[in-house]
Design a protein around this ligand. Sequence first.
Ligand SMILES: Nc1ncnc2c1ncn2[C@@H]1O[C@H](COP(=O)(O)OP(=O)(O)OP(=O)(O)O)[C@@H](O)[C@H]1O
Ligand SMILES: [Mg+2]
Length: 291
Amino acid sequence: MASATSADTFPNMSSLGEAHVDNERRLPAKPVNPVMETRDLNVFYGDFHAVHDVNLSYGRHEITAMIGPSGCGKSTVLRCLNRMNDLVPGARVDGEVLYHGQDIYEKRVDPIAVRTQIGMVFQKPNPFPKSIYDNIAYGPRVTGMKVDNMDDLVEEALNGAALWDEVKDKLKQSAYGLSGGQQQRLCIARTIATKPDVILMDEPCSALDPIATARVEDLMLTLRNEYTIIVVTHNMQQAARVSDRTAFFTARPDETTGNRTGLLVEYDLTSTIFSAPGDKRTEDYISGRFG
Ligand SMILES: Nc1ncnc2c1ncn2[C@@H]1O[C@H](COP(=O)(O)OP(=O)(O)OP(=O)(O)O)[C@@H](O)[C@H]1O
Ligand SMILES: [Mg+2]
């Protein structure tokens, strides 16, 4: 598998400006009626303050990219958006995470229901040790979704993830027989099978070669018509190519302890972040002077 070269990770800014293909969208400067919002989000792992005061909003049918150096809290913030941090021992979340205006951390909210609406695709493709068909059917079955015809639902999800043509003749075969890129599209199909509203993706292409990456990126642009996508990526060309808005995070060492706490530096339309960032730290990062 190919890994990103430093040129992939730190292309120059002018080429990033050209790479951003979707300036035609003419989005408002800030998301109107955002699907999700974080308000004064702080996350702790035990005594360690991992993320400080993140205020971000995520627009409907938009792709929002979260970028920044390793350890700045991108995955931590992403995991807060569907309460995956509940599963991390010692993790504590302060502040609010609003989904259609409702705080998903309120006591009466069921985290399983949250994760049905807000699905997640992980860095490493993680199909279940089951057939291709059963990977897709699993979510609808365990969540008790009302399904008229499971075969149709499986086909629809695989079509939605641009995988149907490649697997339609081997649905009963193990998902482990698929290539890495196919497995990742299978995981996307599995996520959309339960008809979520939002899809979270944590570096979904980092284990894929450039061709498989391009297919997943094309897929993300198609899925944007139906879903709201929030993606963490280390690949800045990817952020520039697919996202509508970009949030840049960094980590600041505490003066006494030296512990590095993540914070949001800048959030704007992707075209602005990559062509005219407002903060020097963003500019240094995207131009490769800091990483
Ligand atoms: N389960 C955990 N227990 C303790 N500390 C954690 C845990 N998960 C993350 N951290 C710490 O929280 C900080 C933020 O980590 P996080 O994984 O969110 O960063 P990231 O921006 O996603 O990094 P990367 O780009 O390397 O994936 C780091 O200092 C990390 O060591
Ligand atoms: Mg991460």
